[in-house]
Ligand binder design. Sequence first.
Ligand code: SIN
Length: 286
Amino acid sequence: MGQIEIRRTAGALGAEIGGVDLAQDLPDATIAAIRAALVEHQVIFFRDQDLSPTRQVALGRRFGPLNIHPYVSGMDGHPEVMEIIKEPSDKSNFGGGWHSDMSFLKTPAIGSILHAIQVPEWGGDTLFASQAAAFEALSPAMQATLEGLSAVHSAAREYASGGHSAQKRGSMKVAEADGYVGEYVHPVVLTHPESGRKALYVNPAFTMRFEGWKARESRPLLQFLFDHCRSEAFTCRFAWTKGAVAFWDNRSVWHYALNDYPGQRRHMRRVTVDPWPVAAARERAA
Ligand code: SIN
């Protein structure tokens, strides 16, 4: 296999990668090049891939251990593979709001790899927003204020009975989060461990309040950030084709699955990559 080709697709984030067949057991050097492209461009796209669930799992595991979603059941025989399906009769979609995957966990996922199995004739694009660009566009004083804050994240709102994701219980196996589902605190500004670039790490789906602040005290500043973070200049948009793959970095990217294709079917498969445990990360770096 020759060198991979990288073509930037927008100013703030996003690149299409060519010259790579993700279904192959790729050499370490190619995996390293893909990882470097992900860190640099924050979301990368591949066209015309043919990944079985087994191959998608194998690909994901080259980047880290795979997450098993606490509320959405995986495929039979492949618990790490989440099927994201909107049937023609469905009204709501999964992921139809700005979010960062799994920020409601103690150890959030670092990346997600989404593969298009069936796409609508039109519509169904995914939007991405660079939270690094969003941080960098703030004033130094606001940046300094935010760097001193942490925020509480939880799945309670999204997966509770009326939550957006829970509404997908029809065509996807989404459990209802009833009772206490846990709250975890993360810094409001994350420093990317590989690039050193800082990014905002709050999102409208899972961030509940600032740590130590009441919810109503948190609301105005969070709302300012939620509006700021989705500014057009920080975004890119991916129009899916059958077989396409998107790989995004959850530490610095929000995403939003558009629900603008009523009456059509859309079927995707996602694996979600967790960080290497500390010991494994040290061994790999040695
Ligand atoms: C998601 O992972 O939130 C869904 C993204 C999509 O289906 O485009």
